[in-house]
Ligand binder design. Structure first.
Ligand code: TYD
Ligand code: MG
Length: 455
């Protein structure tokens, strides 16, 4: 790498530049650009050693012994989100809002991994060991053979890890870590980046798996773990609404498994409990069929999940009508409203539209389009959909309906939960799901005519 060309980065937002300037082009802050100091940059180029960059032939590798098997915590929801257990020597980032339950989850994971025979050390930079022990007691984990350390100095942590050589180290949190070769406050982008770099390269070098905890603010900024995402193998986000007891662990990047997998937990007085049947949970608060409420048969990761969508459409007192969305993409909602107006002649001018995904789940599947359209129309027409019906399918700008992936899995899940009919685009493969009445349509106009009796 070009060691002669110094690089500069902003201590506020992390943007990189190749020259210094007084004001950051990335975030607009003044006096935040600093020259990057090489961290563990290795020997200077004039002493290039023989071992540097030694390469092996791929075919030679395959004759060596098989990679060590994945470790299982026994927390099924966590193991699945990791892609089927913890890969040895991997680096994982667990991000989430402060107070969402990251420390609780990871202390439980640490204890379970330790009980399963994986030597584990939990390093807390936020709480003293005695406080961690108190928390563990409350979670009923005080007998687990997990080791604790309360430390924020990165050098001391690396020394401890080097001496103890655990199989798994949990660092809670990366924002509290402090590298003494970087001149900025703990929690700043340069500190977070330096600490994450040191810890992940230690993980690879020494065969220790590390889990880094990172706080993200609602805006996803402020020395957020965004800068760390590129350095690690797996990025998990722990999400949920503070008022709800459901928590969702979502993989957004995984070198060793499927991304977009979710694990569902419930926050109880004794810590996080696994939810093995999320559909039942998300639908548990559903009452009688009512206008604006539609059950969407979705797929989250490798698993079907049924979830209730709720819409409200009301005359707007504002000069500009509101479109408010919780748990879905607002741009996508605007698109569906535009297609309903343009292709089906149903106007939404002067009407406020609210859409909510029940249970605090965030959906990003395009297959939710038809369910969203159904919820909005049902609210607008004040007419409930037929009872015990699930809806799914993607809507294109022309108003045509496109079949969704994994039609059969969606239908099977609906059947399992006692639904009797489904509305879906024509053309999806639904071989094995028999007990369900399948009502297929090829465009939105046909759907509006059939379900709501008018255009
Ligand atoms: P915590 O794990 O400290 O959050 P984070 O590390 O993400 O900041 O969890 C904080 C919240 O969880 C706190 O408001 C209390 C709640 N909680 C429970 O409801 N039950 C429990 O058993 C525990 C340990 C915490
Ligand atoms: Mg915490």
């Amino acid at each position: 790498m070009a060691r002669n060309n110094p690089t500069f980065s902003c201590t506020a937002c992390g943007s990189s530049f190749n020259k210094w300037s007084g004001r950051c082009d990335g975030c607009g802050e003044w006096n935040t650009i600093q020259q990057d100091k090489g961290i563990s940059a290795g020997p200077p180029s004039k002493s290039l050693g023989a071992r540097r960059g030694a390469s092996v032939t791929l075919s030679d590798l395959s004759t060596q012994e098989a990679p060590p098997p994945r470790e299982h915590s026994g927390i099924g929801e966590l193991d699945r989100v990791l892609g089927g257990g913890l890969v040895p020597a991997s680096a994982i980032l667990v991000g989430g809002d402060p107070g969402i339950g990251k420390s609780t989850l990871l202390l439980q994971a640490a204890a379970q991994f330790a009980r399963a025979g994986v030597s584990t050390i939990y390093v807390s930079g936020e709480e003293a060991s005695a406080q961690v022990r108190m928390r563990a007691q409350r979670l009923g984990l005080s007998d687990a053979p997990v080791r604790l350390a309360a430390e924020t100095n990165l050098r001391d942590i690396l020394t401890t890890l080097e001496a103890e050589r655990p199989q798994l180290a949990i660092i809670d949190s990366i924002q509290t870590m402090w590298a003494d070769n970087v001149e900025s406050a703990p929690g700043s982008v340069s500190q977070v980046r330096a600490a994450a770099h040191e810890l992940t390269s230690f993980a690879k070098r020494r065969g220790v798996s590390v889990i880094l905890v990172g706080h993200v603010t609602k805006e996803g900024q402020i020395a957020g773990p965004r800068v760390v995402e590129h350095m690690v193998d797996t990025v998990l986000y722990f999400e949920g609404e503070r008022g709800h007891q459901f928590r969702i662990l979502r993989s957004v990047k995984n070198r060793f498994g499927p991304a977009d997998e979710i694990g569902v937990f419930e926050m109880t007085g004794a810590g996080l409990a696994e939810v093995t049947n999320p559909s039942a949970l998300f639908l548990s608060e559903r009452g009688q069929p009512s206008p604006g409420s539609v059950v969407f048969a979705g797929i989250e990761g490798t698993r079907p999940v049924l979830v209730e969508l709720q819409a409200l459409v009301a005359p707007s007192p504002h000069s500009q009508a509101l479109r408010t969305v919780v748990g879905w993409d607002s741009g996508r909602l605007a698109m569906i409203l535009a297609v309903l107006e343009a292709r089906c002649g149903i106007p939404f001018a002067g009407l406020d539209v609210y859409l909510n995904v029940a249970g605090g789940l965030k959906i990003n599947e395009p297959a939710a389009d038809l369910a969203v359209a159904a919820a909005i129309l049902s609210a607008r027409e004040d007419a409930a959909l037929p009872a015990e019906t699930v809806v799914f399918g993607e809507i294109s700008l022309s108003g045509a309906l496109r079949p969704a992936t994994q039609t059969e899995n969606r239908l099977k899940e609906a059947q399992k939960l006692g639904f009797t009919s489904a509305i879906a685009p024509a053309g999806g493969k639904a071989v094995g799901a028999t007990g369900l009445t399948l009502n297929t349509m090829s465009d939105l106009t046909g759907f509006v005519g059939e379900i709501f009796g008018a255009g």
